[in-house]
Structure formats: C-alpha cells, structure tokens
Design a protein. Structure first.
Lengths: 628, 151, 481
C-alpha cells in the first residue's frame, strides 16, 4: 500500500521516460555499424534495431503515457501526499481536491489525444520528434498538477510551455513558424514574469508551499506578476494574441490538448498562488473580472468571422477562459464565494476541456477520416454537433451542469448585471458554435488511412461527455440555459437559413479580422501610422536623416570602420587598458573608502604585524616560531 | 630603509612603465618587452621586501619566489615568441592564398577583419622601428603590424 | 591520506610528460592519464565529502617555503566538476583529433592544463596559485592556437598577453600582502589580515588582475575570438574550466581571505560589471552569426551572473541566507561548466559535419544529427536557466536574495538576461525544425556525441534534481526551503 503514493511520481516521470524510446521511433538508437558500444551503455537505450522501418511501434508507447496519471486520479484518495526532500530543493506532491479534478480530465484528454496522435501521425515525417515533445508537454502538464510546491509548478509549467513550441511548429509551414514565433515570445514573457512572481511569493511568505493564509500577506507586485504571467497562458485579452495563431497551427491532437488542458493550468495557478478565499482583493479581483468580461465578449465576434474551424474553436476557448476569469475575479472580490466558486471553476474547466478537446479532434476527423462506410462522416458531424451543444451548455449536457455550478458566484456577485451579460454571452457562444458546424459541414474530406482507432477513442470521449451531467450533476442543474441556448440556436438557424438562401450575404464579413487579430492588424496599422507620420514629419525626418548620416560619416572617418561593432573598439588595447585601469582605480577607491568595521585594538594589532613583518617572516622561515 | 623604499618604488614605477608601454604600443615585440619590464618591476618589489637591513641576511622566501617567477616569465616569453612566429607563417600563407584568389574572384571571401588603429604599410614612419623589430624576418610590413592581436 | 592531494596535480603532469615522450601513442597515453586524473580528482572529492577539509605540505619544508596543498568543500566541488568535464572532453578529443597531427600537441598541453587547473583548486598559498595560474594561461593559449589558423593564433596571442598582465597584477598584489603580513599561506593570512590600506590595495590589484583573466565585462574583449576559434574540445575546456579557475580564486579571496575588507561598495561595483556582462554578453550572443561565437558570448553572460552574487553576499551577515547564496553561486558555476562544455562539444560536431557553423545555414545538419541537436537543446536550457537545471536553482536563490537584501535592481537584470538567453538558444533550436527527412539513427558517432550528451544531461538533470549535495559538500545545512 505504501507504494501507491508513488503513483504521484509516476504520473509525470513515466511520460518523461517514454519520451526517450518514442524519440527514436522510425529509426534506431544508433548506427549499427558504430564500433564502440562501451560508452553507450551509460545511457538508457533500447537495443539497436537493424531494420529501422520496423521501429514505428514505438509511437504507440505514447498511449501509455497518461495511464499512471489516470490511475492516480481514479485510485488515490484526496489528500494523498508524498514528500521528496532530495528532489530539487525539496518537492511535495499531493492530490488536493481541485488537483484531483484537474488530474482526471487532463489525463483523460491526453489519453484520447495520444491515441489520436499515435495512429494518425504514425507514418508522418518526424513522428518521433512530435511524440517525444508531446510526452514532454504531457509530463509538464501532469507535474504541475500534482506538485504542490512552487518549484514543481514552475518546472512543469516551463516544460509544458516550451515543449508545446515544438508541437506548434511541427508542420514547419510558414504560418506555423510564424505562429510558433509569436507563441514562443509570449510564452517566455509569461514564464519569466511567473518566475519572478514565484520567487517573490517564496520570499514574502517564507515558504515554497504557501497556504492560502500565507498568501494573504502578498504585496501588489507578486499578484500583478502572477496575473500577468498566467494571463498569457489563459489568453487574457490582450495577452491572447498567440492563442488563435498557435492552436490552429499545431497538428490536431496537439491543438486538442493545447486548448483543452494546457490553458486551464493558468486557473489552477491562480487558485494556488492568489489568496483565494482568505483575503478580499477588490481591486485585483475587479481588474481580473473586467479583463475576463472583455475577453469573453471580445473573442466572440472575432471568432464568428473566422473561416478556419480550428481558429473558430481557438477563439471560443479564449471566450470561455474569459468567463472563468470573470468568475475568479468575482471570487477574489468576495472571499465568501470561494468554496462554491473554486469547485465551480474546476468543474467548468473539466467540462470545457473535454468538450473542446473533443471538438478539435472531431474537426480533424472531419477533415481526414474515411469516407466509407458512408455512415462515418455523418456520424462525425453528429458528434461535432453534440460536443458543440455541450460546449455552449445546452440543457442536459455537461456544459449545463458546469454552468449551474458557476451560478451562485455569478448571481451572488456585487455586480448585478453580470448574470445578464453571461446570458448574452451564452447566446453568442451558441452562434459561434453554429458557425463551427456550418463550416465543418462544408469541409471537404481528404481521407487518410489510420483513423479507425482515433475515431473509436473520440467516440469514447463523446460518451464521457454525455455521461458527465448524469454522473456529476444534480437533476436541477440539467435544465440550465434552457432559454439562452434555444434562443441562440434559433438565431443561428435563422442566420444559417439566410446564408443558405443567399450565399453571398455574409461573405464580406468572413476573414474580415484575421486570426491573431491585433498582432496581424498591427502591421497595417503601423504602416498607416508610419505613412501619416511620414507625411506630417517629412521635413523633420529628412533633416534627422541628414544628421544621422553626418554622424555616421564622422564616426566612420574617426574609427575607419563601419559603425555598429562596439566590440571591436573594446578590443583596442588602449581602450581595454583604460577601462581596466579605471576599474582597478574604482575598486581601490571603493575598498579604501568602505573601511574599518573593526575596533581599534585589532587595528593597532595589524599595524604591529605590519611593522615587524620582516622579523616575523624570518622567524617563521627558520621554523623558530609556530605560524601564529 | 630608504634604499628599500627606493628599490621597491622603482619596481612599482617599472611595473607602471611596462603597463603603459603594453597598452599604447602596437608592435607585438614591444608589447612582449613591455610585459617583461612590468614583470621585472614586480620582481624588484619582491627583492625590496627581502631586504632586512645591512647586517641581517635577506629573507630567502621572496628570493625563491623571484627565481620561480623568472622561470615562468621566460617560458611565457618563449611561448609568445613561438606563437608570433606561427602567426607570421599563417599570415604569409594567407597572404599568398589571397593573392591567388583575388585574381580569381574578389567577392567570394569576406574581407579580413580590419582594426580601427591598423594602418597600411605606407602610413608607417621609419621612427616606429625599434631595435627589437630590426631582425630580417620582421622587416616585412605584415609582421610589423600583424592584424588582430594588437588592435 | 592528505598526501593524496598531490595526485590530481601530479598524475596529469606525468601523463603529459609521457605523452610528449611517446608522440606516436599520445592519444592512448593521454586517454589513460585523463582517466587516472579524473579518478584521482573524484577520489579527493570523496575524501573531502567523507572526512572534511584536507591539507598537506609537500617536501618536508614547513609552511612558508614548502608547497602547501589543501582542499575544502569549495575546491572539492570545483575539482569534481573539472574531473567529470575534463574526462568527457578527453574522450571526445580522442575521437575529434583521431588521425590528426594536432593530437601530438594536444595531449601534452591538455594534460598540463588539467594539472594546472587542479593545482589552482588545491594550492594553499598565494604564490603557488600564481604559478598555477600562469601555467594554466600558457597552456590554454597554446591549446587555443592549435589549429594554426591566423585568427586563432592572433586571438590567443592577445589572450596570452592579457593573461600575463592579469597574473602580473595578481603577483603585485601578492607582493604587497607579503610586505604587510610576511606570509603567503592562505590560512595564516586569513588570521592576520585586517582592514588596512595595503590589504585593500592588494585585494583590488589581485581581483582586477583575475577579473581580466576571467573575462568580466568589459574586460571580456579577448574571450569571444579566442574561444570561438579554438578547436572544439579546447573551446569547451577554455569556456567551462579555465575561466572558472580565476573566478574560483576571486570568490575565495573575496569571501574568505579578504572578508574583513570586501565591503558592499566594491562588491556592488563587481555586481554592476556582472550585470553589464549579463546584458551585453547575452545581447551579443543573440546577434552572433556563428554558433561557437554565440557560445563564447554566452560564457561572458554566464560569468556575469556569478558576479551578481557578490553584492548580495556582501550585504548579508553570516547565516543561512548567506550560505544559500554562496552555494547557489557555486552551483551556477558548476552548471555552467557542464552545460557550456556540452554545448561547445556539440557545436564542434555540428561544425565538423557542416564544414561551418553559421547559424542560419545549420537546419539540415541539425536534423541529421539528432543526438547533437538534443545536446544543444539540453545545454541550452541549462544556460537559459530552465527548470530543473542547476542554474534555475541558482537564479531562484539569486532573485530571492536580491529581494531579501532590498537590492531589487538585480532582478530585472536577471529576468532580462534570461529572456535574451532564451532568445539566443531558441534561435539555434528553431533551425532543427524543418521538413528534412528523419535520420535513421539517433547517434551517428558515439564516441564524440555521447560525452557531449552526458555533459548536457548532467547540467540539466544531475545538478538540478540533486542540488542538495552541493550544499552538503560546502558544509552548509539543508538546501533552502
């Protein structure tokens, strides 16, 4: 029985270990002709395989990755704890209530996505690289859930975020590379501010595993940094720029987990590192709630005009994260709501993760699953429709139950109009999902082999989503959204009918705002500003250019080299020597001025030593005196 | 006592002179001599320390240190000279290769790094020749102003 | 038992002599000597681990004249790192120089360098330190010029002269100390030293001489060309080990010997220079066109981080917080040793395969050598300071200390340096993602790829996951909570 807590370690170490053989998929560990085998023994490796093409089976190891985590989520009781003081600077793994919910849905979605990836990408180029990075991201995601200390959270977060970079740019198309660049820059900014925040939290609370009570003493700086650092991951407008670019660019299984589980960890981080329920933070809570509201409503119209189904889904994720941020903000403003709110957020995150992951996978199946038997594609479309309904929270779906769980917070908030706003957003989401179904229905299928098992796994996911309300929700919760969603459906149907009658009606709108909205628009806006500025400041600009050219000319004449290479100037002996002497002088000055901390008795002692140093040295040299 | 200070002070002065010369002079051999002078200055300081009056025998420890230091300085000098010689050879062969390739295609190779203080041979005045430079092998323009180490 | 301290210095010296005497078999002799040296170094570390500090005086002469050797936690930690890194470099070099005429020159010089390096870590008096530093500088410059290319010789000539100047300045400081205190033994000096002008001047001279040798910004001017133009194993040794030797000495002088004088003002000056190094080195690394130049500038930046610890150490009273900072500083130095050696070794393989190391054109080669690319990725993440590498813990403690002492201004420097480092590492790594065909094997040349891989792996996993032993060998309590 004592071994069971080790499942918490296995949950994230196991995918890490699998990454090694999976990386070698489609090839052998090393050239079989290499002569010296002695050194390789030091590295865990599988036996050299002489026929490389046989090694594709290793791709299936990916499927085994999430199993220990799933077992841990299902078998371990809440509160199971394992301390590893030797690891890092002391690590504690624990399954807390929120962590259990997170672990459960995260492991489930990763499992289904890994079935999808193992089969669909089996024969693709660089399948090994993709599989290994997939497992690394998985390990990071699971690690940060079970790890209770700041180190584990950050380590898992960084591993997940950076491995995902490889997933995003896997296809190496220009758009994927661009999306990867935006993703990387923003993810790194987020990670660095999170790092700074965690350091400050550790310093201010004096603990690497701060309790909510400890967190109540935080100052504004760490709170701001945590909000900022995790806000990037959560897609808080305007930090969401990477999300609608990266999620569609990644291969289907990667998009599913990116949008399903990875962005949710931001909420987990906030729940852990903000004083949720212990201290009212009206300003920060209000700010987060306002940001959430903005995110919620900003993403809907932008999503509606997208043409790529994955981009539509990405914007829907942004919008849903906005809703959760709104709820968290309200909880921060009113700590009394915390117990209900936290449970609601976890439930909603689970519901959304499964539905959104399923939608991404479904869109992939719609694009590539087999055309025969003829039933397949209609079934896929039906599955998509069901998942879309679950996402918007139609009655008797998982979304309705989750929404019901958030109700006390939304209705108990200081802002009475929030409930109305959320209802409006539900109508908007319904329209967005209607748009998704419309686009998916029109998608042309390029079927590829190997989608049988992904399809079966997907069906399993749909079954899970379908069972969700009846297992987890009370009967009263099943009928949530019984007005808003039908209203949205009616609206969506009307629009769809109109678009069907007159296909050109909405065309000008589609693609009006490209995915990645602000960042894509920044270029034309910048050009506009530049053009305007150029017209306005032309005379001034011309003289500025003249001055600059003059300065460059002078500089070149003086230094006889093109400007820019400061380093070369530094390499000149006279410059380097002058700097060195300057540093030496400064050091002497600083050391002489920052002097005696020692009392007089000792100082005079020193003088004495100095005075007869010669005699003493002689004595020591001759072995007459013991050295002090 | 004053003799000791005189000697030690002279050592520090020598060190400063050597340092100055090392920093301002371009030619490698001058730098080498400069660094040896600076080293000599430090050894002077050590010798001054060893002095313990006219009657007492001097402290043997600094003497031992100076002897060791001289050995180190000699090997360092030898290494600098050896590397200098290798640099000359490398530059000669590089110059040959450039001469050949220039006629073929001038644009393919990147220009050799030029240092800000580097001058073409025609700008050099005869007064810059030091006795140390006046060995036959050193009289080619490239070796008197080898490219990067001094720039 | 303490007499064993001579072994890490003596074994490579004898090995070097033997390799000189038997030029035909130099590779074999060299590899065996490397193995023996490495074992002896690790053995000393183990002894210190088990029995605490060791000390001995050779030749039966007594302290002032005899050659004293001593090992405490700090020297043992660096000795262990040097032993492992140098062993990996030796194995790699065996394959790198195979069949090349350079091997004959490489092995004697390399073993001499190793001997001097161990000598610096173990020497117990200031003059022997000078001799070892000079030997280290001479052998390093000779090794760096091994290729015989014009750029390499020119850069290493400059390195040699700079090194000579640095050691002479150090020696002048030693002379001043002897004048004032009549001893050169570190232990004795520590007891006698007080805050006098002479001691302050001596410290300034010694530290500025050593700063020149350890390439502290803006005195780093000699490092990038020298390290980038040397053969790969030599670059690895120069960047990972040789600059660490002079840094080790600065750390020891500043925090132990001169602790009564080294005040916050001067330490802040060092910290400012370190901050300059972090920003400037990282920026130059980001702009570098060549992989090895990038690695060399990254060394400049990483040295800078080590100096950021000085003002924090100076403003904390002795206690747990200060111990944590000291250990974190050592941990960062160790991590950088492993990571940078791994990086340079891998970069050398890339250069060999591609025939150049221009970053913009490395895509295909990076894909054909998965193990090497993986090494670069691992070492790179240690350079950035990603968890779970040792530098992550180092930076964590550094930033925490900056807040604790109220010197929050080091925080943005660290953050910015980390971002720049991530940018330059990912600039290289993004070349590895392309549509070139998947290679058939992970490792193409085990003997040269595995050492790089192991070093990189050690920098990430070994030092990060088990940082506790570093605290333990330095004699501190548990790692910071």
């Amino acid at each position: 029985m004592t071994l069971i807590p080790w499942l918490l370690v296995a949950a994230w170490v196991w995918p890490l270990l699998l990454a090694w053989p999976v990386a070698g998929q489609g090839g052998s560990w090393r050239a079989s002709s290499a002569t010296d085998g002695a050194v390789t023994a030091a590295v865990p490796s599988t036996a050299p395989i002489t026929v490389p093409s046989k090694a594709h089976w290793r791709g299936f190891l990916t499927i085994l990755g999430p199993l220990p985590a799933l077992l841990a989520a299902l078998l371990l009781p809440v509160g199971t704890r394992l301390e590893l003081p030797w690891l890092f600077l002391g690590t504690a793994l624990e399954l807390d209530p929120v962590g259990q919910v997170y672990l459960l849905f995260t492991a489930m979605l990763w499992l289904i996505a890994s079935v999808y990836s193992a089969f669909s990408l089996r024969t693709a180029e660089h399948a090994g690289r993709f599989g290994a990075l997939f497992l690394l991201a998985m390990a990071g995601n699971l690690w940060l859930i079970v790890g209770q200390d700041l180190f584990s959270f950050y380590a898992g977060f960084a591993m997940m975020g950076l491995a995902s970079y490889g997933l995003v740019i896997h296809d190496a198309t220009p758009s994927a590379l661009r999306a990867g660049k935006v993703y990387l820059v923003m993810a790194l900014l987020g990670e660095v501010s999170l790092f700074a925040a965690l350091v400050i939290i550790a310093q201010q609370t004096g603990s690497t595993e701060p309790s909510p009570e400890d967190l109540a003493q935080l100052t504004a700086l760490p709170i701001a940094l945590v909000l900022l650092g995790l806000g990037v991951k959560a897609g808080l407008v305007p930090l969401h720029l990477w999300l609608p670019l990266a999620h569609p660019a990644a291969p289907v299984p990667a998009s599913a987990v990116l949008s399903g589980t990875m962005i949710k960890v931001a909420l987990l981080g906030w729940l852990r590192f903000l004083p949720v329920g212990t201290q009212a933070l009206p300003e920060w809570g209000g700010l987060l709630a306002a940001g959430g509201l903005l995110t919620l409503f900003y993403a809907l119209p932008v999503g509606l005009v997208q043409a790529d189904p994955k981009a539509i889904l990405a914007y829907s994720s942004v919008s849903k994260m906005g809703l959760l941020m709104l709820v968290l903000g309200l909880v921060l403003m009113e700590p009394a709501l915390a117990p209900v709110g936290v449970a609601g957020i976890a439930l909603y995150a689970a519901s959304h993760a499964l539905a959104k992951g399923g939608l991404f996978l479904g869109v992939g199946l719609r694009k590539q699953a087999a055309l025969r038997p003829a039933l397949v594609q209609p079934l896929v479309l039906g599955g998509l429709l069901f998942l879309a309904l679950a996402l918007v929270g139609a009655p008797f779906t998982s979304g309705a139950v989750a929404k019901y769980a958030l109700k006390p917070v939304i209705e108990g908030a200081d802002w009475p109009w929030v409930a109305a706003a959320v209802t409006v957003s539900t109508v908007g989401t319904t329209l967005l999902m209607g748009r998704l179904i419309w686009v998916s229905a029109g998608t042309r299928t390029h079927s590829a082999p190997g989608y049988l098992w992904p399809g079966i796994a997907w069906a399993l996911l749909i079954a899970l989503v379908a069972l969700f309300p009846f297992v987890l929700g009370k009967a009263t919760s099943w009928t949530t959204n019984s007005v808003a969603v039908p209203l949205g459906v009616v609206l969506a149907t009307l629009v769809a009918l109109a678009a069907w009658r007159n296909p050109d009606w909405l065309k000008p709108l589609i693609g009006l705002i490209p995915a990645g909205d602000l960042i894509v628009l920044s270029r034309p806006i910048g050009a506009l500003v530049k053009a305007f500025g150029g017209w306005l400041w032309r005379p001034l600009g011309r003289s500025a250019a003249r001055i600059a050219r003059f300065a460059i000319d002078r500089y070149e004449r003086v230094c006889n080299e093109p400007p820019g290479d400061v380093e070369r100037g530094l390499r000149a002996w006279s410059v380097a020597g002058a700097l060195w002497i300057g540093i030496l002088a400064l050091l002497v000055l600083a050391l002489l001025s920052g002097e005696p901390l020692v009392d007089n008795g000792e100082a005079s002692d020193q003088v004495g030593i100095q005075a007869d140093s010669g005699r003493q040295a002689e004595a020591i040299a001759n072995g007459e005196l013991p050295p002090d | 006592m004053s003799a000791q200070f005189l000697y030690g002070g002279a050592g520090i002065l020598l060190f400063a002179l050597g340092l100055w010369s090392l920093l301002v002079h371009e030619a490698l051999l001058r730098k080498l001599i400069a660094i040896n002078i600076a080293g000599g200055g430090v050894f002077h300081v050590f010798i001054a320390i060893a002095y313990r009056g006219d009657t007492a025998p001097p402290d043997p420890v600094p003497h031992a240190l100076v002897l060791t230091g001289i050995v180190v300085a000699v090997s360092a000098t030898a290494l600098v000279l050896a590397l200098h010689r290798r640099l000359e050879q490398a530059e000669e062969s590089a110059a040959d290769a450039e001469g050949r390739s220039e006629s073929a295609s001038a644009s393919s190779a990147a220009p050799p790094p030029r240092t800000p203080t580097e001058r073409t041979p025609t700008e050099r005045t005869p007064t810059e020749l030091t006795p140390a430079d006046l060995t036959p092998a050193d009289l080619t323009p490239e070796t008197l102003h080898p490219e990067t180490p001094h720039g | 038992m303490a007499d064993l301290l001579i072994l890490p210095v003596l074994v490579p010296l004898l090995g070097g002599l033997l390799a000189t005497a038997l030029p035909v078999r130099s590779a074999l002799v060299g590899t065996l000597a490397a193995l023996a040296t490495s074992l002896s170094g690790l053995g000393i570390t183990l002894l210190v681990w088990l029995h605490g500090d060791l000390g001995t005086v050779l030749g039966g002469w007594g302290v002032p004249l005899g050659i004293g050797l001593s090992a405490d936690g700090l020297s043992a930690a660096l000795l262990a790192m040097a032993s492992l890194v140098a062993l990996a470099i030796s194995i790699y070099a065996g394959s790198y120089f195979a069949g090349s005429a350079q091997a004959r020159h490489f092995w004697p010089l390399w073993l001499l360098l190793w001997s001097a390096l161990n000598g610096v870590f173990l020497a117990a008096d200031l003059f022997n330190l000078y001799v070892m530093l000079e030997l280290l500088g001479l052998s390093a410059a000779a090794l760096g010029a091994l290729t015989g290319k014009r750029e390499a010789i020119a850069a290493n000539l400059r390195y040699l002269l700079v090194g000579l100047l640095g050691s002479l300045t150090y020696l002048l400081g030693v002379a001043l100390l002897y004048t004032a205190y009549g001893t050169l033994d570190i232990g004795l000096l520590g007891e006698r030293l007080g805050p006098t002008p002479i001691a302050a001047t001596a410290l300034a001279l010694m530290v500025s001489g050593l700063a020149l040798k350890t390439a502290l910004f803006p005195l780093h001017f000699w490092l990038p060309p020298a390290h980038a133009n040397a053969p790969a194993p030599v670059s690895a040794a120069l960047s990972a080990l040789v600059v660490k030797a002079s840094f080790y000495l600065i750390l020891r002088l500043w925090t132990e010997l001169f602790a009564p004088i080294a005040d916050i003002g001067a330490a802040t000056l060092l910290g400012l220079l370190g901050a300059g190094a972090v920003l400037w080195g990282s920026w130059r690394a980001l702009r570098a066109q060549r992989l090895k130049l990038l690695a060399a500038y990254s060394t400049v930046a990483q040295i800078g981080y080590l100096f950021l610890f000085f003002p924090l150490l100076a403003s904390l009273p002795p206690g747990t917080a200060r111990d944590d900072l000291f250990a974190a500083c050592v941990l960062m130095a160790l991590t950088h040793g492993f990571a940078k050696a791994g990086f340079f070794l891998a970069a050398g393989l890339v250069q060999r395969k591609a025939g150049h190391d221009r970053i913009s054109e490395l895509g295909g080669v990076a894909q054909r050598m998965p193990a090497t690319t993986f090494s670069i990725a691992l070492a790179g993440s240690a350079l950035v300071g990603l968890p779970p590498s040792g530098s992550f813990i180092g930076k964590w403690v550094l930033m925490r200390g900056a807040f604790e002492t109220g010197q929050w201004w080091w925080l943005p420097v660290t953050v910015l340096g980390t971002l720049l480092a991530a940018a330059y590492v990912f600039r290289v790594l993004s070349r590895a993602f392309g549509l070139e065909p998947t290679p058939l094997q992970f490792v193409t040349n085990a003997r040269s790829e595995i050492p790089a891989l192991l070093l990189a792996f050690a920098s990430v996993a070994l030092l990060g996951l088990a940082a506790g032993p570093v605290w333990a060998i330095l004699g501190f309590g548990a790692a910071p909570a």
